[in-house]
Design a binder for this molecule. Structure first.
Ligand SMILES: [Zn+2]
Length: 376
């Protein structure tokens, strides 16, 4: 069957990866690869592999041909080919095949062995723009020895500096105390008191104080750049039941008058809740993120569910690629494939015209992100 013009458009269009991280610079062994490919942080029990699931199938399907193997090649063969080619060549091939024009990179988490962003840009053939993590910035100031009384003004100044060339800010409040966020702006006395408590211990812990979390969130809102918020699944450091984006509703109500856009990242398995929030809040957007790569072939169903309520102009693509270049390519290839199937089905069923479907595909792949993040 000849490929439709819609399918040609989707396979050749450049994507804006609106939320990703950095890749590992050096080689990774089989056990490390298995853990980096999923959200698991513990090895699988004997007889089980984390790669024997949706994301493993997607890696073998989309990445093996780019490394010169047959699609679906067994994982042992894939990993052997990977080490034979060497990390720089593997990264260059996989990132190049993802067809990305821009990478919006959250430089946290700062694990060791990650490639500098300019090297990442070179290997991906894409422009890299920075996303500043709100919690990390406060932690860096406290670690530098800023006094508790000075934390608030120093943070505002530091955020202005750090975001001069950034396209967005990001919060991982889901990982710190969940999304049941008290929507009130904390007053300066509360912030000072909380900073004093946080900095009083013998060693500086991570920023998880609810008052300081609210403080950095509101500083992010005041900055006016899109505020990306991790929602839904991730690794087991978060409480999944507290990561439902619907829990953010009071905070979203409070942010709405400011006009600052809030981008709900990942969202799964609460992506339908996120779709509703995007419909009822003018400033709320939904990014498919981590979900598309991790659910593999089931991305067809997840994308279809995101299309139920969210206005199409509010949907964004990202890979949430981190450590393994495979995750960038799987995110992009699976997104293209699932989107093609979904829209071709709609065109065939008379849901929308073919030319409209093509315009929608380009909007989802890059147009919405360029508008929201003010990219050239
Ligand atoms: Zn991420």
């Amino acid at each position: 069957m000849p490929r439709s013009s819609l399918s040609e458009t989707i396979s050749s269009m450049e994507l804006v990866d609106a939320h990703c991280h950095r890749v590992l610079e050096g080689p990774v062994d089989a056990a490390g690869f298995e853990l980096a490919a999923t959200e698991a942080t513990r090895p699988a029990p004997p007889g089980v592999s984390h790669l024997d699931g949706a994301v493993g199938l997607a890696i073998r399907r989309w990445c093996a041909p780019v490394l010169g193997l047959d699609g679906g090649a067994p994982i042992d063969q894939y990993l052997a080919r990977r080490s034979a080619l060497g990390a720089p060549e593997v990264t260059r091939r996989l990132l190049g095949a993802a067809g990305l024009s821009h990478l919006l990179v959250d430089t946290g988490p700062a694990a060791s062995g990650l490639m500098p962003t300019d090297a990442l840009a070179g290997l991906a053939g894409a422009e890299v723009r920075q996303v500043v993590r709100l919690e990390d910035l406060a932690h860096a100031l406290a670690a530098r020895g800023v006094a508790a009384a000075e934390l608030a003004p120093a943070y505002v100044e530091e955020l202005a500096k750090a975001t001069r060339d950034a396209v967005a800010v990001k919060s991982i409040v889901a990982y710190r105390h969940g999304l049941r966020v008290d929507p009130r702006r904390p007053d300066p006395v509360e912030v000072h008191e909380a900073a004093r408590r946080w900095m009083a211990g013998p060693a500086l812990g991570r920023l998880d104080d609810p008052v300081l979390e609210r403080f950095v969130l509101w500083c992010g809102v005041d900055r006016g750049l899109p505020l990306q918020v991790h929602t839904g699944f991730g690794d087991r450091d978060l409480a999944l039941a507290e990561s439902d984006p619907a829990l953010l509703q009071p905070f979203l109500e409070a942010v709405e008058p400011t006009g600052t856009p809030v981008v709900l990242l990942h969202c799964y398995p609460y992506h339908r809740h996120a779709g509703w929030l995007a419909q009822v809040f003018p400033n709320v957007y939904v990014d498919v993120g981590l979900t598309v790569a991790q659910v593999g072939a089931r991305a067809d169903a997840v994308l279809a569910e995101l299309f139920e309520l969210a206005p199409f102009g509010k949907l964004l693509f990202s890979s949430d690629g981190y450590q393994l270049p495979e995750l960038y390519l799987v995110g992009a290839a699976q997104f293209r494939h699932s989107l093609t199937g979904l829209l071709e089905g709609w065109v065939a069923a008379g849901v929308m015209r073919a030319d409209e479907a093509e315009r929608l595909a380009v909007a989802l792949g890059s147009g919405n992100a360029k508008r929201l993040y003010n990219l050239p």
